[in-house]
Design a protein. Structure first.
Lengths: 76, 164
């Protein structure tokens, strides 16, 4: 479909797109963890701790939820 | 949360709680809305400003690159009001997102289902939904908006002397 964007829009080459679910999860978790680390902490050590704890928790908990959902069928 | 919570709202060393705003909160809030981190830069938080700028821009960039689409208000879907408001929290970046994803500065779907404009927009949105990472893109875009909203509130708190 031709783009109607005045900037030419995006083509469908999907350059730079992350298709891996897990990699998307990791990137998202790390970005959110860094954001909250800088938002809530003042010292570098505390920020690093928040990044590891929050980022790790988001990744691990998401994997646990995904594992729990695994027995559910995709289609009825 | 109260102002006595030391981790989140502790004042810098030697600082005292200001009975009146040290600076007008309007300017840093407006700057924070215009560009992520700019409000913090104005308030002298250079390190934080740089980090926020990079993180929000990366989140926004991943969202657009992954096929995310700026939300449009659809009266038939009440949650679309929240999503559009969240997009607007990105300030001028929302304009970029709309031009890149919808192709025009559109904020609302025409309510009449027979409206040709609505049909054209709906067809365009359906095309974008076929993008394999469309949901990821939307999540990244909405998260970038929420981040900038929090930055705006944080700049407000700092300018009011509530946070160091």
């Amino acid at each position: 479909m031709p783009s109607t964007s005045p900037w030419g829009g995006r083509d469908d080459s999907e350059a730079g797109v992350i298709r891996s679910h897990f990699l998307n999860l990791v990137v998202f978790s790390v970005l959110v963890a860094i954001f909250f680390a800088f938002l809530t902490q003042n010292r570098t050590a505390d920020r690093l701790r928040v990044i590891f704890v929050l980022g790790g928790a988001m990744i691990v908990l998401s994997l646990i939820v995904a594992y729990v959902m695994y027995p559910f069928p995709l289609q009825r | 949360m109260t102002e006595t919570a030391p981790d989140l709202v502790s004042a810098p060393e030697g600082a005292t709680a200001a009975p009146y705003p040290r600076v007008s909160p309007i300017v840093p809030c407006l700057l924070a809305w215009l560009l992520p981190g700019l409000g913090h830069l104005y308030l002298g938080r250079k390190g934080r400003a740089g980090a926020f700028f990079l993180v929000v821009l990366l989140t926004f960039g991943f969202g657009l690159a992954s096929g995310g689409t700026a939300s449009l208000i659809d009266p038939q879907q009440p949650l679309s009001y929240l999503a559009t408001f969240d997009n607007l929290a990105l300030g001028p970046l929302d304009v970029v997102a709309r031009l890149a994803s919808v192709g025009a500065l559109v904020y609302r779907l025409p309510p009449d289902e027979g409206d040709p404009g609505r049909l054209a927009l709906m067809n365009q949105l359906r095309e974008r939904v076929r993008h394999p990472t469309y949901e990821y893109g939307n999540t990244f875009l909405l998260t970038a908006g929420l981040m900038n909203l929090l930055l705006l509130l944080d700049a407000f708190d700092i300018s009011m002397g509530r946070k160091g």
